[in-house]
Ligand binder design. Structure first.
Ligand code: NAD
Length: 474
């Protein structure tokens, strides 16, 4: 794929002299050059977002819905093209990339309708001389910072509710994946999205561009998906102008497999949960706790399942695991495995790097507290397996982390399922379900995994303010 693009989008396409290389992790070859937007482009974008907001907020939600529905249709019409683009940019297998496009489009479809249901309330009055109402209005221009691991879905999960609510949005995509964001914005314009309502500014210096956005009081909302470390910076910066804020941050998901689990299904779900996107998702399990009675059988069956995963060219249909996103990601995975093995963990499957950015699907046992992969997100195809004896112990160990995004459990006991799910300090709990995320359900974390929710009615609330109207009629 020969993709050269130095453009960025405000209320029109611009070519920029300053640009940076985007490299494909599939081969390490250059993919293209992206516009390197800086503080000047950021200021220009804020002016555009502010001006476009005036008319977009006044556009009826039904009209906005028509445009969103057309955008949904266009994204699906370009499913293959967008899927392949993502494979080139960040290396996920094509099968998964096609799935991501459908998932990304599902947010657009859902919020096209939800925008029509931004209802207000009539509040019973304490006196006959007054009538009280609450209405909901768009918060204003929003700034979104998105990660590379879901280049399409993380954009639409933010832009669809924002645009449906009547907000305008400026997106800063990750350095690794600017082209998917630009293409989605191009389709938004093709769908009839008014100029300036959705802008995309790639940059190779995210801190400089974001600094301008964070300092400007006209940016009323910031939405971020990425690491807890960067989330903390944005949280701090948003205090200056008291911006509304949503943070979807890192996770460290435990998977609890109880003795009474259906072994075959549990192995299938844990494999899917751990290894999709080569383990590079915030909700991939990072530690698998298996109860004593089922432990040995589970290890044997899970090892077979991991051995069966095909590592290779992400554009080939049979591939389960593609390359890691970049050298930094590879270094972290290698470091975590070396640290664990150095402290006594045993490799059951995999454990090595292949040529390029490819890392073998790996299963480790004998994992102990204190090892790096139990403290930090590995973000790679490495499954650390631990054992436990009792339900209370499993809950305590699952909760012993600063993170609280997703947790999973496998059991056939309904009482235990609810008991454990209620005790887990996580924003999302998959019960006999390794892949729970959908557009119409709330997605987000507690503790240091974030603030706010995306998806469903919760997701559009993040772009709305409540205004109280008191009408004296006496
Ligand atoms: P990252 O935080 O380094 O990068 C994410 C985004 O932040 C990128 O667009 C990047 O350009 C930008 N960024 C980096 N430094 C910045 C700064 N100083 N100021 C402003 N923006 C800056 O994260 P990453 O390692 O690329 O992505 C993986 C992380 O994202 C993982 O921690 C993962 O768990 C998390 N994630 C969370 C969710 C969720 O919904 N909770 C979803 C996907 C990924």
């Amino acid at each position: 794929m020969d993709l050269i693009e130095r453009r960025y989008l405000t209320d029109a396409w611009h070519d920029l002299g300053a640009s940076f290389d985007v490299v494909t992790p599939t081969t390490g070859e250059p993919l293209g050059r992206a516009a390197d937007c800086g503080p000047d482009e950021a200021k220009q974008a804020i002016d555009v977002a502010w001006n476009a907001f005036e008319s977009w907020r006044a556009t009826s939600p039904f009209e906005r819905a028509q445009i969103l529905r057309r955008w949904h249709g266009l994204i699906m019409d370009h499913q293959e093209e967008l899927g392949r683009l993502m494979v080139h940019e960040m290396g996920k297998p094509l099968r998964e990339a096609r799935g991501e496009v459908a998932y990304a489009a599902s947010f657009v479809e859902w919020y096209a309708e939800e925008g029509k249901r931004v209802y207000g309330e009539w509040i019973p009055s304490h006196t006959g001389g007054k009538r009280l109402m609450a209405i909901r209005q768009p918060v204003g221009p929003a700034y979104a910072v998105t990660p590379w691991n879901f280049p399409a879905a993380m954009l639409t999960r933010k832009a669809a509710p924002a645009l449906a609510a009547g907000c305008t949005m400026i997106v800063k995509p990750a350095e690794q994946t600017p082209f998917t964001a630009l293409r989605l914005a191009e389709l938004w314009l093709e769908a009839g999205g008014p100029a300036g309502t959705l802008q995309v500014l790639p940059t190779n210096d995210p801190a400089a561009l974001t600094g301008v956005m964070m300092a400007d009081p006209r940016i009323r909302k910031v939405t971020f998906t990425g690491s807890t470390e960067v989330g903390r910076i944005l949280y701090r910066q948003s205090a200056e102008t008291i911006k509304k804020l949503s943070l979807e941050l890192g996770g460290h998901a435990p998977y609890l497999v109880f003795d009474d689990a259906d072994l075959e299904k549990a192995v299938r779900e844990v494999t899917a949960c751990k290894f999709r996107n080569a383990g590079q998702t915030c909700v991939c399990t990072n530690r698998i706790y298996v109860q004593d009675g089922i432990h040995d059988d589970f290890v044997a069956a899970f090892a077979d399942s991991v051995r069966g995963l095909k590592l290779g060219d992400p554009l080939s249909d049979g591939t389960d695991i593609g390359p890691l996103v970049d050298a930094q990601g590879m270094a972290k995975v290698e470091d975590h495995v070396a640290d664990a093995v150095g402290r006594g963990a045993q490799v059951v499957v995999g454990g090595s790097r292949r040529e390029g950015l490819y890392y073998e699907p790996t299963l480790l046992v004998g994992v102990e507290p204190g090892m790096k992969l139990l403290e930090e997100e590995t973000f790679g195809p490495v499954a650390p397996l631990l054992r436990f004896a009792t339900e209370d112990e499993a809950i305590a160990r699952a909760n012993a982390t600063p993170y609280g995004l997703a947790a999973y459990l496998y059991t056939r006991d309904l009482s235990r399922a609810l008991r454990v799910a209620e005790a887990l300090e996580y924003g999302i709990v998959g019960i006999n379900d390794g892949i729970p995320a959908v557009a119409h359900a709330p997605f987000g974390g507690v503790k240091q995994s974030g603030i706010g929710r995306e998806g469903g009615p919760w997701g559009i609330d993040e772009y709305l303010e409540t205004k109280y109207l008191s009408l004296g009629i006496g």
